[in-house]
Every structure is written in structure tokens, then in C-alpha cells.
Design a protein around this ligand. Structure first.
Ligand code: MG
Length: 158
């Protein structure tokens, strides 16, 4: 039976951090703040997969108080989510996500993000959808104070 899950994440944009989204370093004067590499896109996808499994969220598996995850590359979290699917003898059907960022332009990096995410999940890139939108200059995202991502995942479970 196919199960679906939803995920959402947001991180603040600050000076002095690298901007990493979907495992890709994007040239920008600000980056996302967080305990790990703060890859909001990978975190949202991770939560979507965990949600499809009926599991707790990413913060439960990888607490931001644990020094092991300080500065961690978020593909580690995606790999763990994929491993949990395997343990249940399931398979990820597809994931789809939207990045919400006012700046910088995300579109030029989408293909590279798809490849990184597909690789971390052990999926064909065609099973990974990534889209991007601005927030039309409204709210905290529109003021470039943060970047958000939302995702869904479908997982076939026996
Ligand atoms: Mg996060």
C-alpha cells in the first residue's frame, strides 16, 4: 500500500554561513543558520519520508543538542530515512518538494539538487521533484530573513 507523508522546514538566513540547499552549495552573501548544515530542503524531504512511515520527526532522530550532528551534511539524515524504509521492506515511490526563497534564484541549481537528493535516497532522479518559488516579497521569507521548504513523499509499504 502506498503511504504519503508531508514535511516542512525553515531556517533563518544569516551572515557568515554557507547556503546549502538540496546538498548543493549556492553562492550567496548569507547562509542558513542551524546545528547541522541547515539544509531546509533535505530536512523537509526527510520529514516527509518519516511521516509516510508514521515515524517521529527529524528532530527526534537527530536532536540538535547532539554534538554528532553539529555541522553534519544533511544527506546523512536522508540516508537514514531511506534505511528506515528498507527496514520496513518498503520502497520510496517518489518525493516532491518546493523551496520558498526570495533570494537567491534557486532554479539554476535544481538539477544538481535532484541528483544529490536522488543519490542520498538511492532513487532515480526522475523520482525526485524540486520546484522553487519566491514569497512575492511578503513576510519573513519575502524580507529574506529565512528560507522554507515543503515536501511530500510516497512510500510503498508491504
Ligand atoms: Mg531543519
Amino acid at each position: 500500500m502506498v503511504h504519503v507523508g508531508i514535511g516542512y522546514d525553515v531556517h533563518a538566513l544569516v551572515e557568515g554561513r554557507k547556503l546549502i540547499l538540496g546538498g548543493v552549495e549556492i553562492p550567496h552573501h548569507k547562509g542558513l543558520d542551524g546545528h547541522s548544515d541547515a539544509d531546509a530542503l533535505m530536512h523537509a524531504i526527510c520529514d516527509a519520508i518519516l511521516g509516510a512511515l508514521g515515524e517521529a520527526d527529524i528532530g527526534h532522530f537527530f536532536p540538535n543538542t547532539d554534538p554528532r550532528w553539529k555541522g553534519a551534511a544533511s544527506r546523512v539524515f536522508l540516508r537514514e530515512a531511506a534505511r528506515l524504509v528498507e527496514l520496513r521492506r518498503g520502497g520510496i515511490v517518489n518525493v516532491d518538494a518546493t523551496v520558498i526563497a526570495q533570494e537567491p534564484k534557486i532554479f539554476p541549481h535544481i538539477q544538481a539538487m535532484k541528483l544529490r537528493i536522488a543519490e542520498a535516497l538511492g532513487l532515480a532522479p526522475e523520482r525526485v521533484g524540486i520546484k522553487a518559488t519566491t514569497n512575492e516579497r511578503m513576510g519573513f521569507i519575502g524580507r529574506e530573513e529565512g528560507i522554507a521548504a515543503m515536501a511530500v513523499a510516497s512510500v510503498d509499504l508491504p
